[in-house]
Design a protein around this ligand. Structure first.
Ligand SMILES: [Zn+2]
Length: 404
């Protein structure tokens, strides 16, 4: 597409400065310059992926707990809870191919559009097992924390560190971390790719002006339908921009998406072509307006699932966001559980020994927890059903459900 830069100028001069739709290309270029191993590591990750067979082979979607870190200076715009929920709805619709505009997908390629098999929920328990809304609001002294390449102390971007005025990541092995914070007009959204960031800095950043879905107030059109986050979550699970970032020679490493010369802005008409084929400007991994994006492809789903299996495998435990059992002194979660069941004792220093029985009262398992450290039971091979537990000192009793 020859006129992309004119469109770029038209759209972005709106905000008085050039603003990137997505910060990923700039950030990756900086990484490749500063880290001599960056390109090699990238090639190694692709080699690992190539050995992965099709990981998308399950019934039912995988649900990922999300924590939103809303960070801003006093008096700045913090999206409402309602807007956070609208954003979650957008993710679930887009990743389920249940979006209201899915019929805008051109007929010729409709057969490629899929339910990605991913769903998203607000985390219900924090890393310490305490109940949470999954929405954290932090007032900071620093504007523009989203400018992570500049606003930092040493190697540590302030955004990710509580002691520097930011909000600490929750363990990315269990949660998807999304920081909603001012980027000072540098970009709309950004995400780390699997294996490219330390756990404390692994996640997505989005400017509050492009967060959530609302046609009334809040996010700014044409990026007001929540698709900036849909796009960035794609990166988080290893999807590359649909045009491959480097002209007709570039590739997004997905088989069923045609080569494309560059990104699209605005809302092109189908077919719009480059590199000898109609382009997928309606794909979530392009830069078109929110109301013109409609789908992910089957090939993108395969890349996402293989990437989860290879690089973010702990998410496959599917801890979800189910309600936790609480008798104030003890939390047991998730419930129902599959794979792993966590016990969180509050204010209990000593060793604890639990006996677990099935619903018929038959003894099943003895769990001994030392003073500190992990208090969990591996239940992946347990039969589905209701179980009861009781501590040896009879201080704790309760029940939980296994649903593998
Ligand atoms: Zn992007």
């Amino acid at each position: 597409m020859e006129n992309w830069w004119i469109l770029y100028f038209l759209c972005f001069s709106f905000y008085g400065m050039s603003q990137e739709r997505c910060y990923v290309p700039t950030h990756q270029e900086a990484l490749s310059l500063s880290d001599p191993n960056f390109l090699l590591d990238q090639a190694n990750r692709e080699a690992i992926l190539a050995r992965q067979s099709n990981a998308f082979a399950r019934n039912g979607a995988l649900t990922i707990p999300v924590v939103f870190h809303l960070v801003g200076i006093s008096g700045s715009y913090f999206p409402s809870d309602q807007l956070v929920l609208s954003q979650l709805d957008v993710l679930n619709e887009d990743y389920g191919f249940q979006n209201a505009n899915k019929d805008q997908t051109p007929l010729e390629v409709e057969n490629l559009a899929v339910d990605m098999g991913l769903r998203f929920c607000l985390a219900t328990s924090d890393p310490d097992g305490m109940p949470t809304s999954g929405i954290i609001r932090t007032v900071t002294d620093f504007d523009c924390l989203g400018n992570i390449s500049q606003v930092k102390v040493g190697d540590r971007p302030r955004l990710y560190y509580e002691d520097l005025g930011g909000s600490q990541a929750w363990d990315p092995d269990r949660y998807l971390n999304i920081w909603v914070t001012n980027t000072c007009g540098i970009y709309l959204g950004f995400s780390t790719f699997p294996g490219t960031a330390i756990p404390a800095e692994d996640g997505i950043i989005i400017d509050p002006k492009y967060f959530g879905r609302s046609t009334a107030s809040g996010p700014i059109p044409p990026y007001n339908l929540g698709r900036t986050l849909t796009h960035e979550v794609g990166h988080y699970f290893n999807l590359i921009h649909i045009w491959g970032n480097t002209g007709c020679d570039g590739d997004d490493l997905v088989e069923d998406t045609p080569n494309q010369e560059n990104f699209y802005l605005g809302c092109p008409l189908y077919p719009s072509s480059s590199c000898g084929s109609p382009d997928f400007f309606f794909n979530f991994m392009d830069y078109s307006d929110d109301n013109c994006m409609t789908m992910f492809t089957r090939g993108q789903r395969q890349r996402v699932w293989n990437s989860i299996a290879a690089f973010r495998p702990t998410l496959l435990r599917d801890l979800g966001c189910d309600e936790i059992i609480s008798n104030s002194a003890l939390l047991v979660y998730p419930n129902p559980a599959r794979d792993i069941l966590y016990f969180q004792f509050n204010g209990e220093p000593g060793p604890i020994e639990l006996n677990i029985f099935d619903s018929a009262g038959r003894y099943i398992f003895n769990a001994q927890f030392k003073n500190e450290g992990a208090r969990w039971v591996d239940v992946w091979d347990w039969a589905n059903g209701v179980y009861f537990f009781e501590s040896v000192d009879q201080k704790y009793q309760g029940k939980f459900i296994i649903f593998n």
